[in-house]
Design a protein around this ligand. Structure first.
Ligand SMILES: [Zn+2]
Length: 85
């Protein structure tokens, strides 16, 4: 069933056990979800809309934008603090 050793689908350095190498395997489900999100984003699909509409109704798009702004601000702050430390 298995052919010759394939590189890890994520880091491309390790040898894949199935799809990912030993180091990336624990992250497999997160990586898979990220892959789905990236595909959805590339095709312009609002995969997140249904979930956000459940929580916020008509304001879903606006609320998500706000969330992402906050998230990125916090992310940049963490990065800055890390650099300064
Ligand atoms: Zn890997």
């Amino acid at each position: 069933m298995e052919g010759p050793a394939r590189p890890c689908a994520h880091c491309r350095r390790g040898t894949a056990l199935r799809k990912y190498c030993r180091r990336c395997s624990p992250k497999a489900s997160a990586l898979y979800k990220r892959e789905l999100r990236q595909e959805a984003k590339a095709s312009g699909e609002k995969y997140w809309l249904e979930w956000w509409e459940k929580a916020h109704g008509d304001q879903a798009v606006e609320k998500r934008r706000e969330y992402q702004r906050k998230y990125m601000r916090a992310y940049r702050r963490r990065k800055r603090e890390k650099r300064a430390a």
